[in-house]
Design a protein around this ligand. Structure first.
Ligand SMILES: NC(=O)c1ccc[n+]([C@@H]2O[C@H](COP(=O)([O-])OP(=O)(O)OC[C@H]3O[C@@H](n4cnc5c(N)ncnc54)[C@H](O)[C@@H]3O)[C@@H](O)[C@H]2O)c1
Length: 441
């Protein structure tokens, strides 16, 4: 099939590339000219394992092309994916300006029948708005061309995006047109061979399914973090509790790690957006509001432990920080707990020397005006004479460091572990003061 994909971020680029990999002709469209230029050179501007090689292969085979030409983008594909950003607006609701701008362009330039697929995470009712927007643009130019709008939310995880797209758990297709649903089913057939993963439903339910999934996952994290904070106060160990509850097959082990709070480009904004959606229809969502409130506090927990340890005197001290990305295997720092920590430490007069295997360049750009943050190229460079080590992201390379080397380098042997990576007894035996999340300190 001939496909156009609007938006070449984490979702659009992975979607376009994976469809090209299966033999479709794909044109990826973005308004960011620098991004398109670098993609044309075969350089992927984000870190996502395996993506760059796949982009280069498909571009070389002529299966995958890139453009900033919106009109060409609209006319090229029989199926047009909308995969642009839906950031939080000022009141926390999803900002639909990018989605609706693509819809207007589609209505302005389309000459033949199209299937339009909403892949961005969008509030319930957005497919209707996309349909209205296209209809209005068509009627402005007295054009009568038929089109269908389908909701097909994306569930990929950054850091494992290609694997998730190639082997999805489910493919949600929300459509009120049997024809459009069939086309999508054909398009997804190569990803759906092992057993049928397509779930058909109406558009509104598909839109809500995406938010429901993210809110449920975020709720598990916040609940575990709340239990961890309780464990700290009760002298219990949340890691033992995690194993104990995870063994219950009704609960399971996924997403029950206590930590420094969730971040990223999805959970925080999606929980907020669903709260706003609920309020807009006169419903007060108590659990979702709690999920968000707990997470906001949780992002401070590492700082609070550190601040207390130093009797609230951290001005002039230097801290080593490991992990800037909001989770491992990505360079994405959107809403990352590391940002909350850096802001709190530096605004209290401390210096931070930070290291991340992938997000360093991003942090450089983000904090170019904060002279109290130094981004280091090597993790060892963060340690020399620092007054403590704070671990914020659970990258594999942080799991078994040389603690003797760390102890020798630090001015004070104290570790604040925001991901419960280390064995508290072992660190104590080595002479560290060790703080973790929900482990009694
Ligand atoms: N990142 C994830 O892990 C993930 C997972 C599932 C769903 N989603 C959802 O998918 C959507 C996209 O997320 P993302 O992380 O890929 O976003 P992103 O910010 O990485 O990329 C969005 C891209 O859209 C481009 N864009 C904006 N307006 C445009 C227009 N009019 N025409 C063409 N391009 C335009 C931007 O320049 C940018 O490159 C969001 O709704 C997000 O919630 C994200």
């Amino acid at each position: 099939m001939k496909l156009s994909v609007f938006g070449t971020g984490y979702v659009g680029l992975v979607t376009g590339t994976c469809f090209a990999e299966m033999g479709n002709d794909v044109l990826c469209v973005d308004i960011d000219a620098a991004k398109i230029e670098s993609l044309r050179r075969g350089e992927v501007p984000i870190f996502e394992p395996g993506l760059e090689e796949m982009v280069q292969d498909n571009a070389q085979r002529g299966q995958l092309q890139f453009t900033t030409d919106i009109e060409l983008g609209v006319t090229f594909g029989d199926v047009i994916f909308i995969a642009v950003g839906t950031p939080a607006g000022e009141d926390g609701s999803a900002d639909l300006q990018y989605v609706l701008s693509v819809a207007r362009s589609i209505g302005t330039y389309m000459e033949t029948d199209k299937i339009i697929v909403d892949k961005s995470t969008v509030p319930v009712g957005t497919a209707d708005r996309v349909q209205e927007t296209i209809t209005a643009a068509l009627s402005d130019r007295d054009a009568q061309i038929s089109f269908h709008v389908v909701s097909n939310p994306e569930f990929l995880k950054e850091g494992a995006a290609i694997a998730d797209f190639m082997k999805p758990d489910r493919i949600v297709v929300g459509s009120d047109s049997e024809y459009a649903a069939d086309v999508l089913e054909q398009l997804y057939a190569p990803f759906n061979r092992n057993h049928d993963k397509v779930v058909h439903m109406d558009r509104r339910s598909a839109e809500l399914t995406k938010y429901a999934a993210n809110v449920m996952l975020a709720a598990r994290i916040s609940l575990m973090n709340e239990l961890a904070n309780l464990a700290d106060r009760l002298g219990a160990d949340i890691e033992a509790v995690r194993r104990g509850v995870g063994m219950d097959p009704r609960i399971g082990y996924h997403f029950i790690y206590a930590g420094a709070g969730y971040g990223g480009s999805c959970f925080p904004k999606d929980v907020q957006a669903l709260i706003r959606t609920a309020e807009a229809v006169g419903y007060q969502p108590h659990i979702m509001a709690g999920v968000e409130a707990v997470n906001r506090l949780q992002k401070r927990v590492l700082f609070d432990k550190l601040f207390q340890h130093f009797d609230e005197r951290i001005e002039g001290r230097t801290f080593a920080l490991w992990g800037l990305a909001f989770k491992p295997n990505t360079d994405d720092m959107r809403e990352a707990p590391s940002c909350t920590l850096i802001d709190l430490l530096t605004s209290h007069g401390a210096q931070v020397r930070a290291y991340d295997p992938q997000a360093g360049a991003h942090a450089h750009r983000l904090y170019s005006d904060n002279s109290r943050l130094t981004v280091c190229d090597q993790r060892a460079d963060t340690l020399e004479n620092a007054h403590g080590l704070v671990v914020v992201t659970e990258w594999n390379e942080f799991r078994s460091p040389d603690f003797n080397l760390i102890k020798g380098a630090l001015a004070e042997p104290v570790v604040f572990d925001g991901r419960n990576l280390y064995d508290p007894d072992y660190l104590k035996r080595l002479g560290f003061k060790y703080y973790a999340i929900g482990r009694g300190s």
